[in-house]
Every structure is written in structure tokens, then in C-alpha cells.
Design a protein around this ligand. Structure first.
Ligand code: SAH
Ligand code: SF4
Length: 426
């Protein structure tokens, strides 16, 4: 979500005739788009701000702006802690960015944190690099779930869905520029449009799929409670829907899920996975996990490992619980010892690494279709892209044309595959 907002900022600033600087030394203005989902993210920003203070002192007239979730959360306090920041703007104030920068150029500091603003930035088309074949499209903003640990509803506001018409015209514009894959973004995409009486999510998927030039559709994030049978069935009929679902489980223990306020049990979660596997055998799954949630016992944690063993996720993101101001979990008394939580995280990540290896190795010898996104970072002679199951593949080109290439998988690394381009009928 922040990446899309950054791309929107870039396109707003370019339309106001600002140029992107190649290096920090060259720049006159630095905008930080911040995250506050965990404490680590917000500590990092304060340390970056220290560097920017010195950067500002080196040349008069330089400006610093801080936007995004930390700005929304800390507001005035951020300004007090870092008085050299010229612009503090929240998650709902992106559209006025060029205006705020102009004010700052006239030495008028700005603090813009209103969350009631119209969603004027929704139709700001995010900057897209030339030649991009994949693009993210925000379909909603905010969240109504208030999971006990989560700061998102507080810093991004209540859930609002973007009108379907705007989404569809953005996707059409993207395909005109050569984009073949769209990744639809929302904190809970399965509740798209429900509050506004917009078309339901499965219908949105159908309409996007009907746009000429769209070959792949992905979405993040699905909420296990709201992923309904209609959407699950779509994986059967809609070939453009990629066979990979990111479905954050968070914990495998019902007591912890309950305390987190997630609204599903381990059994219900497993039933969703089964239903998806039934309609698309071989589907890939990924998850998010939190370890050391207040009150989590060793037995609870083992249940998480057990569910992982049952499902065998292709990949996952895992975090130590981080107490966020204003959330229910921040008030919970039974905190888990930080060292114990760190050790659980290590154990979980070791198990995930083994499952990832297993899932990647299973691809060796298969012929897969890769959407090539460009030269690979490590070796410019090879191309890099992703399979429909969202596996990164670095491969030697074999004379094919266009972005979709047929590749024989020849090896597996820790997080990605290697292969050679071969026509599938060889
Ligand atoms: N809307 C998505 C998640 C968005 S936040 C969903 O509900 O799945 C991305 C991930 O960050 C979450 O899935 C969770 O695993 C993690 N996370 C959020 N708040 C956290 C906290 N306070 N401490 C640790 N991890 C957290
Ligand atoms: Fe946070 Fe829960 Fe909303 Fe995801 S669903 S953004 S974890 S409150």
C-alpha cells in the first residue's frame, strides 16, 4: 500500500514539474513515506531522519517531508522530535503534496493530518516505470477489522472501497502501456464494495479479467474469514486468476486467534485451504505469522508449527509481536518474554525455510510460464520473472519474444528457481 502511495507521490510531483533526483546529494527535497506497522519500522525512520538533519545542514534551502503511517500516528510529536522536518502529511493528504512543497519553499511549515478528506488521491495514477509488465492497483483503503495487535485501522482509517469504474479505467490504462499482470491491493479485499454497495469482489475480478491484455490477476490481502465460496469457485473458471493465495493465518491456536480477534478458527482456515486446493490442485499458499502475541504459550506456538506442517506454505512473512500504541493488545498484561518470542520466531522461520525448499525443489524438471519483468539483478545476461504460482525464476533466455516465456526449471535456491528458456513442445 505504501509502495502504491509512493508511486502516486512521484507522479504528482512530476506533473508539478519536479524532477526525480538520482542521488541524495543531488536532491533539494526528500520525502519519506513511512510505515508504523511494527516498532522496528518506526525506529528506522527516526534514525533516517537523523541522517537527513545533517543532509539539510550541508546546503541551505533543502527540504524534508514525512508522510504515511508514522506521520499520521505521531503527527505533532514527530514535529517536536524532529523540528527540522518541513512537511508532515498523513495517509489521506497525498493529493495536496505539490501544494505543501510549494508552501515549504516559502518557509511555511505544513502539518496535514486530516482523515476526513475526500479520497482525492485515488485517481492519481501511480508512476509506472517504462516497460513494466506488472502493476499494483489499490482497490480499497483502511480497515474495519481492528485485529487486537494492529495499528492499520488507526493510521489508515476506516475501510473505504474505491468505485469500480475508477479501478477498471486504471487497469485499461495500464494495459495500454503494456501491463499484463495486476495485483489488486486492500487490507481485506474480500469485503470490497460491501459498505458502499459497489459490485462484489468476484464481479470486480470478472470485469478486470475481461479487459483485453490482462493475462494475470493477483490480489492481496485476503482475510480467511471473508474469503467466500464464490471467490473460491472463480479459481476454477477464471484462468487469469493466478494459483497463489496469500492468506494470513497469524497463529495456529484457536485461543490466540480469538484473543487477536481474527474471527476464524484453525479448522475454518484449513477448510478454506482444502476448498482452494480442490478447485486448483497445486495452488501455492503464503501466510503471515505473529509469534509471541500476549498470552501465547509454548503449546499454542506448537499448534502454529503443526498447522504449518499440515499446509506446507510456499512462503511466509513472520514477525515477533510488536506492541502498537492505541491497540487492544498493547493493554494486554501477559506479555511473552522477548527472548522467548525471538526463539519462537527462529524456530518458525527454520521450519518455513524447510517447507520453502521442499516446494521449490518440487518444481525442478517442470516446464513453467514465466512473466519476465527484466534482466536479473545478479546476472544481466539472464532474465528474471515470476511463475503464476508467484515463484521467482532467473533464467537464460532462449530466443523467445515478449514477456511471457516458457522455461524449464533446472534448479532451486533458497527463495527462487533457476531455469532455461525452452519452447514447451521440445
Ligand atoms: N490486512 C492484512 C495484514 C496487513 S499488516 C491481514 O489482515 O492479513 C501485515 C502483517 O503484519 C500482518 O498480517 C501481521 O502478520 C503483521 N503485523 C501487523 N501488526 C503487527 C504487530 N503489532 N506486531 C507484529 N506483527 C504485526
Ligand atoms: Fe490489521 Fe487485521 Fe485489518 Fe489486517 S485485517 S489490516 S491485520 S486490522
Amino acid at each position: 500500500m505504501n509502495a502504491v502511495d509512493s508511486a502516486r507521490m512521484l507522479s504528482l510531483m512530476s506533473s508539478a514539474d519536479y524532477l526525480a533526483a538520482a542521488t541524495l546529494e543531488e536532491a533539494d527535497l526528500v520525502l519519506l513515506n513511512t510505515c508504523s506497522i511494527r516498532e522496528k519500522a518506526d525506529q528506522k525512520i527516526y534514525s533516517d531522519l537523523g541522517t537527513l538533519r545533517r543532509w539539510k545542514q550541508r546546503r541551505p534551502g533543502r527540504l524534508v517531508g514525512v508522510g504515511g503511517c508514522l506521520a499520521q500516528q505521531d503527527g505533532e510529536a514527530l514535529r517536536k522530535r524532529a523540528p527540522y522536518v518541513d512537511i508532515v502529511f498523513g495517509t489521506h493528504n497525498i493529493a495536496n503534496l505539490p501544494e505543501m512543497v510549494r508552501r515549504a519553499e516559502r518557509r511555511l511549515p505544513t502539518l496535514a493530518l486530516g482523515m476526513e478528506e475526500e479520497m482525492t488521491h485515488w485517481d492519481v495514477v501511480p508512476y509506472l516505470p517504462a516497460g513494466a509488465v506488472s502493476a499494483m492497483v489499490a482497490i480499497m483503503q483502511g480497515c474495519d477489522n481492528f485485529c487486537a495487535y494492529c495499528v492499520v485501522p488507526l493510521v489508515r482509517g476506516r475501510e473505504v472501497s474505491r468505485p469500480a469504474e475508477g479501478i477498471l479505467s486504471e487497469v485499461r490504462a495500464l494495459t495500454d502501456r503494456g501491463v499484463m499482470e495486476v495485483v489488486l491491493l486492500g487490507q481485506n479485499v474480500n469485503s470490497y464494495g460491501k459498505k458502499e454497495g459497489e459490485i462484489p469482489f468476484p464481479e470486480l475480478l470478472r470485469r478486470i479479467s475481461a479487459i483485453e491484455g490482462i493475462t494475470r490477476i493477483r490480489f492481496i490481502t485476503s482475510h480467511p474469514r471473508d474469503l467466500d465460496d464464490r471467490t473460491i469457485r472463480l479459481f476454477e473458471e477464471m484462468e487469469t486468476l493466478c494459483p497463489h493465495v496469500h492468506l494470513p493465518l497469524q497463529s495456529g491456536a484457536d485461543r490466540v486467534l480469538e484473543a487477536m480477534g481474527r474471527g476464524y478458527t484453525r479448522g475454518e482456515y484449513l477448510a478454506r485451504i482444502d476448498a482452494l486446493r480442490k478447485v486448483r490442485p497445486g495452488m501455492a499458499f503464503s501466510s503471515d505469522f505473529i509469534v509471541g502475541f500476549p498470552g501465547e504459550t509454548e503449546d499454542d506456538f506448537r499448534e502454529t508449527l503443526a498447522v504449518m506442517g499440515e499446509i506446507r506454505f510456499d512462503s511466509s512473512f513472520s514477525f515477533r509481536f510488536s506492541s502498537r500504541p492505541g491497540t487492544r493488545a498493547a493493554e494486554m498484561k501477559e506479555k511473552v518474554d522477548p527472548q522467548e518470542a525471538a526463539s519462537r520466531l527462529r524456530r518458525l522461520q527454520e521450519l518455513q525455510a524447510a517447507h520453502t525448499r521442499e516446494r521449490l525443489t518440487a518444481q525442478i524438471g517442470r516446464q513453467v510460464t514465466v512473466l519476465a519483468e527484466g534482466a536479473s539483478a545478479r546476472d544481466p545476461g539472464t532474465l528474471c520473472g515470476r511463475t503464476a504460482c508467484n515463484k521467482t525464476v532467473n533464467f537464460t533466455p532462449g530466443g523467445g519474444e515478449g514477456a511471457l516465456r516458457s522455461v524449464l526449471v533446472t534448479g532451486a535456491g533458497t527463495h527462487s528457481l533457476v531455469g532455461e528458456e525452452r519452447s514447451s513442445d521440445v
